[in-house]
Design a protein around this ligand. Structure first.
Ligand code: SAH
Length: 396
């Protein structure tokens, strides 16, 4: 195995069990450059081997750690142990129930960088987004089959960050049946159809599950605006919680078509739902201009900040929509606002929302600090995994 020698003091992250080595931390590599995804040994300036990881020659994140035990070679038995440990960590969460939808493997936080696996009612949807994950795809797929009874495993390795790894998008059946156009899943008392082949991510925003459930307690008789609705997630939770009317807004006509079917699937009246294909920024301004108001507004936008350079603009975006939404809320209203940008941490997001409250001249109190659902467990050593944050606020 090739040895990667780290600069003095640059073993700091490994000593804290953080699983990334950036290109700037490397003093030298022994022999020829490793192949993409090849397993390498990470050696500090005192000649101690601290970890084994996967080489990503094209990425700034040059090595991702598989194991901090230098004797634990990543082989079939290793991946089998990792998958088993991931399932064990979720054993109280009912993640494998026949109609459940849940994250089974959460990349770095489950000791499997670049590997995401979600379960949708008997089908697994997997993403292999790094050179190491790609190289070991057959062993990881075999480990999934060994531990998780399923009708099929479908690959959705089509995320933008793969270009940093020099990987081309790859989608298709890895095992078993092709998933149907719409898989029906259950979340608490809600049912949703999920298109795992064409939908966003692996098909559904599973990370918001607990937040959808929580929101439904705040929507009795409410007029609700579900901004960035996707396939209706929060809006259906709101309706089941007794909302009078829900307006769903999304740019994607496909997502809204599925939202319409999801409304019917939950035996909700179509008359109580308005589906608006449009840009949330424009729809919020139009509501302001026509003096339309709501009791509950959900803001669950896509990731605004992709890089540090984009952070200022992203912060303005989060503030703009929060400000517009606060102006549309009736006194006593509820705002649920989220950011899934890892670069915007919970402290900054709170400040952004506070700034919006000040400008809107509204008194805003936090009822709940929100995060991703527990099946998206995050390693304490890997703060980057803690990307989703939200605030459920009472607004006067
Ligand atoms: N709340 C949803 C997930 C939202 S994901 C759920 O619980 O399932 C973000 C959504 O925002 C995507 O569906 C995307 O199509 C939509 N979107 C992105 N930019 C938008 C914009 N400017 N206006 C309206 N929708 C937008």
């Amino acid at each position: 195995m090739k040895r990667i020698l780290l600069k003095k003091t640059r073993d700091f992250s490994l000593l804290h069990r953080h699983p990334w080595i950036l290109s700037g931390a490397i003093a030298s590599t022994e022999g020829d450059a490793p192949e993409p995804g090849e397993t390498v040994a990470l050696v500090n300036a005192d000649n101690q081997t601290l970890a084994l990881g996967a080489w990503s020659g094209e990425s700034q994140i040059r090595v991702r750690v598989w194991t901090f035990n230098p004797d634990e070679i990543p082989d079939a038995a290793f991946f089998s142990r990792r998958v088993s440990a991931a399932l064990n960590a979720r054993r109280h969460l009912d993640v494998l129930a026949p109609d459940a939808a849940a994250r089974l493997i959460n990349a770095e936080s489950d000791g499997l960088p670049g590997v995401t696996v979600d379960h949708y009612a008997g089908f697994l949807v997997a993403q292999f987004t790094t050179a190491g994950a790609h190289r070991f795809k057959p062993l990881i797929t075999a480990a999934l089959r060994e531990h998780i009874p399923c009708r099929g495993i479908y690959e959705r390795s089509d995320v933008a960050t793969m270009t940093y790894e020099g990987l081309a998008p790859q989608c298709g059946v890895l095992h078993g049946e092709t998933p149907p156009y719409a898989i029906e899943i259950r979340e608490d008392n809600r049912r949703y159809l999920v298109d795992v082949i064409r939908g966003h991510k692996t098909g559904f925003y599973l990370d918001q599950r607990a937040n959808r459930q929580l929101l439904s307690r705040f929507t009795r008789d409410a007029d609700v605006l579900n901004a960035f609705s996707y396939t209706g997630g929060f809006g259906i939770a709101a309706a089941l919680g007794g909302a009078r009317h829900v307006t769903h807004v999304d740019l994607s006509a496909d997502a809204l078509r599925l939202a319409q079917r999801n409304i019917a699937l939950n035996n909700l009246s179509a008359d109580a739902h308005t589906l608006t294909e449009g840009n949330v920024f424009e729809v919020l301004r139009a509501c302001r201009d026509s003096r339309k108001t709501f009791d509950v507004i959900i803001l669950d936008p896509p990731k605004f900040a992709d890089s540090r350079a984009a952070l200022m603009k992203a912060s303005r975006g989060y503030k703009d929509i929060a400000l517009l939404a606060l102006k549309l809320l009736r006194p006593g209203g509820i705002l649920a606002t989220f950011s899934c940008s890892g670069l915007v941490d919970a402290g900054l997001f709170r400040k952004i929302t506070a700034g919006a409250a000040l400008d809107a001249n509204r008194d805003v109190r936090v009822l709940h600090h929100l995060t991703a659902a527990p099946d998206h467990l995050t390693s304490l050593a890997f703060p980057e995994g803690d990307y989703l944050k939200g605030l459920l606020c009472a607004v006067q």
